[in-house]
Design a binder for this molecule. Structure first.
Ligand SMILES: [Zn+2]
Length: 164
């Protein structure tokens, strides 16, 4: 496993350069199990929640300011509390599982565990299909509304006819 010295993202051995930050230097082989590596980015309460879950499970962790947020607030025009959470490389998979357990990482999240089977989500419809379903429900609604209106008219006419 390799990692980027700058932003601490981990990569497969086949990867040559970091795709996350602008670090042009080649990725470094992880030789020390204690090397801090990137786990997840979070802010505010979510970050506290993740970090305390890690600590409770005996995983040392640290949070650092995201690189793009290092510029003074006056320059970037907003204040951000987003931090990258780092864990020792040796504890990475356990930390990852904890994050999934507490719902901080979805199994298909931005951090990928290589040995994990991709999980299929049957509920997730592609956007095109979702749009079609919406159009069909809209048409059905109009047809139903028309039936109610015309049906009532016909019924009223029929009842009136009985008493004439
Ligand atoms: Zn990087």
């Amino acid at each position: 496993m390799k990692f980027c010295n700058k932003c601490k993202r981990t990569y497969d051995d086949s990867q040559q350069q970091c795709t996350n930050c602008k670090n042009k230097r080649p990725l470094t082989e992880i030789t020390d199990e204690n090397t801090p590596v990137y786990l997840i980015s979070a802010d505010g309460f979510e970050r506290e929640r993740i970090q305390s879950a890690l600590t409770e499970n005996g995983i040392p962790n640290d949070s650092v300011i995201r690189e793009e947020d290092v510029a003074p607030e006056i320059i970037k025009g907003y204040s951000s509390s987003w931090r990258d959470i780092l864990v020792p490389y040796a504890a990475y998979s356990k930390a990852y599982d904890i994050c999934i357990g507490i719902g901080a990482i979805k199994p298909e999240g931005e951090v990928k565990v290589l040995d994990e089977e991709p999980q299929e989500e049957f509920e997730d419809m592609p956007p095109a299909k979702r749009a079609t379903v919406k159009v069909i429900s809209a048409i059905l609604f109009i047809v139903l509304a028309a039936l109610v209106i015309f049906g009532t008219d016909a019924l009223t006419g029929f009842i009136k006819g009985l008493f004439q």
